[in-house]
Design a protein around this ligand. Structure first.
Ligand SMILES: [Zn+2]
Length: 341
């Protein structure tokens, strides 16, 4: 299911449509064909019609729209908080030592019902693709070694676990816990993708670039195999993880291509365009080149204008990052392999 070349950019931080109109001109002049709009819990509660307006502006300009449940429930990627978790403490994840995590458990039926309202909103706004970004059980990367295996032992998980196993989840061995955790992610994604497709939208999943059983999803083929999934990818942000760009992005691109070919899905790779150190902007070219050479024709970047507007993750020279990305996208749209220099 290979499709034409696509070039995307995520956009967030601004909820002033008349300013977005100006930014969108730049998005177009930087050769983007789609915009990933974030639609967080805060947006859903306070900016629903504003986001709808921005989605409409994007579509009227001829660009495709992805909608991203940014940090919703703190189950997806995104630098924001979850109001749902605070209002529904009983639905929060419980860590192996009994500590409450600042994230909702997606095995809780109330959160599953909440996600359906999110999908209904997205359909009403006219989103083309729902972008399920980095779905995961709560982890703290900085404290990765705190537990032998990270998992949730909340009542919803434990009850679900007991339906198919003898005993409680916290009594199980590591292998059983990992299998249960991964089954839960797949079931959750399956449900989201089915609802989204039934509402007329496509589905894209982006997995965190880990294949580590202690924290991540070890077998990606189970995600790619989801029947109602259309687009599959990952976000190997080499500078963020302090890795070599060609090795890191290249290996993940080849993995994504292989899996997508196997299951007939569209491969997508995310390019780091935030927190780029001064003097290293050309590494975006290398990242795009290795992804393109592997066969990826759907590239997306996080985020607009080098993420200049979020000090936590901004690039040193956002204008340069943005312009380099625009050049790369121009090359790709012309059918040229992005120049790595
Ligand atoms: Zn749980």
């Amino acid at each position: 299911m290979r499709t034409s070349t696509k070039t995307g950019i995520s956009y967030f931080g601004n909820r002033i449509p008349r300013h977005f109109v100006t930014d969108l001109d730049e998005v177009k002049s930087h050769n983007c064909t789609f915009v990933v709009h974030t639609y967080s819990e805060n947006d859903q509660q306070f900016y629903k019609d504003t986001i709808a307006e921005m989605v409409a502006i994007t579509k009227d300009a001829g660009l495709e729209v992805y909608l991203d449940p940014w940090g919703v429930g703190r189950v997806f990627g995104g630098e924001t908080y979850s109001s749902f978790a605070l209002k529904n403490l009983r639905t929060c994840q419980i860590l192996p030592d009994g500590e409450v995590a600042p994230a909702v458990c997606f095995n809780h039926p109330d959160f599953r019902a909440f996600m359906q309202t999110w999908i209904e909103d997205a359909a009403e706004m006219g989103a083309d693709v729902l972008f399920w970004d980095e779905p995961h059980f709560f982890i703290d990367i900085k404290e990765k070694h705190r537990y032998d295996v990270w998992y949730c032992r909340c009542p919803a998980c434990d009850q679900k676990f007991q339906k198919s196993h003898d005993g409680h989840i916290f009594e199980a061995d590591k292998k059983t816990i990992i299998a249960f955790r991964e089954d839960s992610v797949i079931e959750f994604l399956n449900e989201l993708c089915e609802s989204s497709q039934a509402a007329g939208m496509k589905n894209a999943v982006c997995m965190l670039p880990f294949r580590d059983t202690t924290i991540g999803m070890s077998d990606w083929s189970r995600v790619v195999a989801i029947p109602t999934l259309d687009i599959f990818g990952t976000d190997p942000y080499w500078m963020f993880f302090n890795k070599d760009v060609e090795t890191f992005v290249g290996a993940f691109s080849r993995d994504v291509i292989e899996l997508c070919n196997q299951f007939g899905k569209e491969p997508q790779m995310w390019i780091q365009a935030y927190k780029i150190t001064a003097g290293r902007e050309d590494e975006l070219r290398q990242a795009a080149a290795v992804a393109y050479e592997a066969g990826v024709r759907n590239l997306a970047a996080w985020s607009y204008y080098g993420n200049a507007f979020m000090s936590y993750n901004r690039s040193d020279n956002p204008q340069k990052v943005w312009d380099v990305l625009g050049e790369i996208y121009g090359q790709i749209l012309r059918g040229e392999t992005p120049s790595p220099f």
